[in-house]
Design a protein around this ligand. Structure first.
Ligand SMILES: [Zn+2]
Length: 119
């Protein structure tokens, strides 16, 4: 994988992460406004928002799983191993990484895993 491809993967992962967090924030805003009115904690809530703290409780299971996958993929970009199949060590197909930038397995190993899981 070339450094350029790695950078593209990194920005795609960032973009997806931001999209999840933005959607979560929107969904939580109404709820947040109510809580703020009730407790009068406006200042504290604003400080939290500025720090970019994420209320993971608010995320659905699917979003939480995707965030974990994205963070793990970013870690592999930093530490090495991104784009390499965790099972057989083959290079993961570029087309697969474009569709699923957090992919850990190559297509062949993923299909085997799904077969085993569906038994
Ligand atoms: Zn593999």
């Amino acid at each position: 994988m070339t450094p350029r491809e790695q950078e593209e993967a990194r920005s795609e992962l960032r973009r997806r992460r931001r999209a999840i967090l933005a959607a979560t924030r929107e969904a939580g805003e109404e709820h947040e406004a109510l809580r703020t009115a009730e407790r009068g904690q406006e200042v504290e809530e604003e400080a939290q928002a500025e720090q970019g703290l994420v209320d993971l409780e608010r995320l659905g299971d699917a979003e939480r799983l995707e965030l974990r996958r994205i963070d793990a993929a970013v870690a592999r970009l930093d530490e090495g191993g991104y784009g390499t199949c965790a099972t057989c060590g083959a290079t993961i197909e570029p087309r697969r990484l474009q569709a699923l930038p957090w992919a850990v397995l190559c297509t062949g190993c993923e299909e085997t895993r799904e077969l085993v899981a569906s038994r």
